[in-house]
Write a protein that binds this ligand. Sequence first.
Ligand code: SF4
Length: 673
Amino acid sequence: MDDVKLPGRVLFLSEDPAMVQRQIHGENISLQAALPLRNGVSVDEIAPTWVCYYFGERLEDFPYLGLVCGGSFPFAEGAVVRGGFQVVVSGERHGSHGFREAALFAEFAAGIRLVVARSFDPVYRQHCHALGLLTSTDLGILEALQRGEPLPMECFTRGEDPLTTEIIRNGGLFGYTLARTAGTAILPLPPGREDRDGGAPRGRPHAMTLAEKILARAAVTDPGLGGLPAQARGLASVAPGDSLLVRTDWRFSHETVTNLAAAMLDMFLPDPVIFHAPERILAFRDHLTLAERFPSPDGGKPSFLDTARRLQAFQDAFCASHGIRVHKGGGNGAPGEGISHVIMAERYVQPGQVVVGTDAHTCHSGALGALAFGADAADLANAWVNGDVRIAVPPTWLVRLRGGLRPGVAAKDVVLHLLTLPAMREGSLAGHIIEYQGEALASLRTDERATLTNMAPVFGASSGIVAPDQETVRFIQERRGIRVELEPWMHSDPDAAYAGVVELDCADVRPMVAAPGDPGNALAVDRLDRDVPVDIAYVGSCNGGKRDDIERAYEVVRWALDHGVMLPLRVQLFIQVGSEDVRRHAQDQGWLDAFEEAGARVISPGCGACIHAGPGVSTRPDQVTIGAFNRNFPGRSGPGSVWLASPATVVASAFRGKICGFENLRAAPSGVS
Ligand code: SF4
C-alpha cells in the first residue's frame, strides 16, 4: 500500500452552517469557500455520549450529530454516509478531549478514511492510527485529493516512529495483525536497542526504572512471521519514547467497552478469530451493574437501564463464545465479583507483570509492582488476538514519600496534598508514569498503595507503580492464599533516569479534601474557611471501596457508636464494598453489623454513584456529597456538588453533618468545640 487514493468527497467542517449544509446537499466546495474552519471539534461533538452505547449497528448514522457550526447543529442522522464523504477537514485540535473511540468508529463506519486538520488531539490521533483512519496536518494535499490524484503513503507517515509507520502502512492495527498472520509484517525495534539472545540480554543494559525494566522484558521482538502468536523475547533495555509491542499478562475490559472492541473485530478481521490465551483475558460487569437500583428522579426506571442490560447481555454472550471469564458483579454475592480494578489486585496481578484494561484506572494494580495501564478498544481487541499491546515507553516521575505519615492520615490525603504542589499541577506529568518510593511506603499496605496508583490519572499520568516488597508478598498471601517470590530485578536501578523528582515530607500531610469540580481543588480540612454541610457521604468505588478503606470507615463508625454519636437525620451514609470478597471480610469482622446499627446503607460492588449510575447519587443541584471517589467533575455523581476525601474523613463528616476530619470529630463530637 504505497499510494493512497481516496475517490470519495471532501467534507469541510466550516464555521458557517450554510456551507456545511450545501456540502450535505451534494455541492463540492473549496477550502477557500469553507473558511473559517471549525477549531476544537471535540469527540463529544463527533459522537455525543449516548452514541457510546451503540457498538457496530447504526454507528455510521451518528458522526457529527453534536457538532456546532455558527450556533446550529447542521448534521442529521445519516448525513455523512449518504453524502459519500471520505475525507473530513477541520481547523485546530480536531478530536479534542480525545478518549472516545466511538467517535472515531462512527467516522470510520460512515466512510471517512482521512482526517485533515491543522492540529490534532494526540490521543485522538493515536486512536486514528489504531483504527486505520489516516491523518494529516497538511491542508495543501486537499486540492490534489479533490482532483482525484493519489498521494504517496509518506504523506501520512512522515514524522511517525517506525512501528507506528508500519501500523499506518498496513491500514491500522488490525491490518498490521493480518500482515503478521500472513508473515509479511515488519516489526521495527527501537533504534539502538539490543535484542535478547535466547532469554539472556545481549550487551550491557543501561540503568532503568522498574517500569522500563518490565517493558524491556515484555518487549516483542518477533513479528510473528508465519503465524501468531509472536514470541516475546525481550530487549536488554528500553528508554522513554521507544515504540514497542509488549506481551501482556492480563487483558481486561468492562461492559461499556467490550462490545465496541468486539464490533471492531467483526469489522476488521475475518472469521474465525482465535484469541491468544483466553484464560488470560477477563471481562467485568461493573460500570452499569448497579443501574438496576438507580433511583431515577421520577421513581420510574432509569433511561439507560435497557442499554445497561443490552451491553451486559452482549458481553456475556460474546465472552461465552470465546471462553472468556466474566465477573458479573451486581451483588450476586459470588466470590470474586466486584469492580474490575479491585478484583484485578485481589485475585490476579503479580509483581513484574504487564496489565492492560479498557479504563484509565487500570493503573490501580501498579500497587503490586506491575505495569498496568489503560488501553483503547482497538488496542484491546487486537491484544485479544495477539496477546500484545503497543506502547511508547513513557518517561517516569519519581515521587519520594519521606518520613512517616501522621496518625489518621491516609494515602488519599497524600494524593490530594501532592495535587497542591506546583510541580505536580502544571501538566508536566501528562502521559508519564509515577513511581512512588520512600520510607512512608513501609506503613502503607497494598490497598493504600493502590489508592496512590489508582489516582495517577488525576495528575495526567498514564500509570503509577510501587516496587514490590514483603508487603506485596503479604497481600497476595492474605487475599489469594499463595506465596509469590520476588525476583532481584524488580526495582528501579539506583542511577535510573527520571523525568522529574518530587520529595514530600509526609509530616506535612494533613487530612485533605478536594472542593467540587476537580480533584486539583485540594486543601487541608482544617483550612476550610466555612462550614460545609453534607447531605450524602459515600465510601466506595474502586478507589475507596477496598478492604482497608472499609476498615477505616468502620473505625469511625465504631467510635461514633461507642460514644453515642448519631448520624444526623439529614445525612445519608453509603458504604459500598469494592468486591464481594471485601463484603465477606467485612461481614466476618462484624463491620457490616456496625454499619447497619449506625444507619448506613451497604451497597453491592459496582461503579454506581462514581459515574452517576447507582444508589448514592445526588438528585438535586443543592445537595452536597463527600465521597471517597477519585474524581469529582461536575455532574459525575448527579447534579449536586462532590467533595473528595479519605474514607475516614467521609464518615467523620457524615456523623458531624458537615465536612470535618476524624480528629475534629473526636475532639468535639457535637460539632461545638
Ligand atoms: S469506580 Fe469509578 S473510577 Fe473506578 S472504575 Fe468505576 S467508574 Fe471508574
